[in-house]
Design a binder for this molecule. Structure first.
Ligand code: ING
Length: 312
């Protein structure tokens, strides 16, 4: 029995700093309507899908940006998205900024959730690889302060049985790190959902522009999919946010590494692909049969070291 699921990638165009969350939710509901009309069973939205990419701005007191974070999910603002998805029986991935009070401490994470077709949150992920820097850096052409506004995730890279398969999540910069996919691959992941907000130039190397950024995004996602025999949907928030450009290039990738669907615009756009989760089985039973081929006795450095230790 094939385990086919039609997957929608709901790329968002820019969200301006003064745009309301209600407006962002309404745009996502419109994409969900389109996904329903096209027969999708699962939809992937971007990273930080409710707000502009606020880590590009520096404020002395991070509490000034508290409105960008969600203390409860769903709340009155996001409930329409959950209700519409449940009405359609569509599961989804949603990225947002999370504030969590644990005891007397407040934690802030760059978070995503996995919601099943009944509207139930089946899983949560908190971004582990935070790129950029933790303090204002005058040397950069623009700021990328995720290390200032978020803590590294504390939930690891779990996977969940949902939508008839084994689903995992990550966020943006995580897609550049092979460890992200491998930890999920070692749990049998068949579908990795991820959202991203990727500036189209390098703040430390201005000549690195959108073409290079799109190339590296595809390279990372296709490699992660192929090397772990999993589908990957990598979905952007794109376009010009208050003069700051983010790449588009949302893709849905097959476990062979081939791109099944790619966004053509930098706006709100639904891409779709028919994903038969059983397509992962051949690769998991042959070239990437981890139990037969991996030699972890030689991989010690990967977990023992953080940075490079050069030879004498
Ligand atoms: N954004 C970017 C990303 O990893 C980045 C930051 C771009 C880091 C290119 C390194 C190279 O796609 C987020 N939000 O992680």
């Amino acid at each position: 029995m094939s385990r086919r699921i039609k997957v929608g990638g709901a790329q968002l165009g820019p969200i301006q700093r003064d745009e309301s969350k209600d407006s962002a939710v309404a745009r996502m509901v419109t994409l969900l309507d389109r996904a329903h009309a096209e027969g999708c069973g699962f939809v992937v939205f971007p990273e930080l899908a409710l707000t502009t990419f606020f880590p590009r701005y520096y404020v002395e007191d991070a509490a000034e940006f508290s409105a960008f974070y969600e203390a409860e999910m769903p709340d009155a603002t996001t409930r329409p998205l959950f209700d519409k998805a449940a009405q359609y029986g569509i599961g989804f991935y949603l990225g947002y900024a999370e504030v969590a009070r644990e005891g007397d401490r407040t934690h802030r994470f760059n978070t995503s959730i996995l919601v099943d077709g009944t509207g139930a949150i089946v899983g949560k992920y908190r971004k582990i690889h935070l790129p950029g820097h933790a303090e204002y850096d005058p040397e950069r052409t623009f700021q990328h302060l995720e290390k200032y506004y978020f803590e590294p995730g504390d939930l690891g890279f779990p996977v969940w049985r949902a939508m008839g398969g084994i689903f995992g999540m990550c966020l943006c910069n995580d897609r550049r790190w092979p460890e992200t996919y491998r930890v999920m691959g070692l749990q049998g992941v068949e579908f990795v959902a991820l959202g991203y907000n990727t500036p189209s130039t390098n703040s430390q190397r201005p000549e690195e522009g959108p073409q290079e950024r799109l190339f590296h995004s595809d390279l990372s996602v296709q490699a992660g999919a192929y090397q772990n025999a999993t589908f990957v949907a990598a979905i952007a928030k794109a376009g010009n946010e208050d003069g700051n450009h983010l790449i588009g290039g949302s893709v849905i990738v097959h476990p062979s590494g081939r791109i099944l669907a790619r966004a053509e615009t930098e706006g709100d756009e639904l891409i779709t692909a028919d994903c038969d989760l059983d397509d992962t089985v051949f690769y998991k039973k042959t070239i990437f049969d981890f139990a037969r081929h991996r030699r972890p006795e030689h991989y010690g450095r990967i977990v023992e070291q953080t940075g490079v230790i050069l030879p004498k």
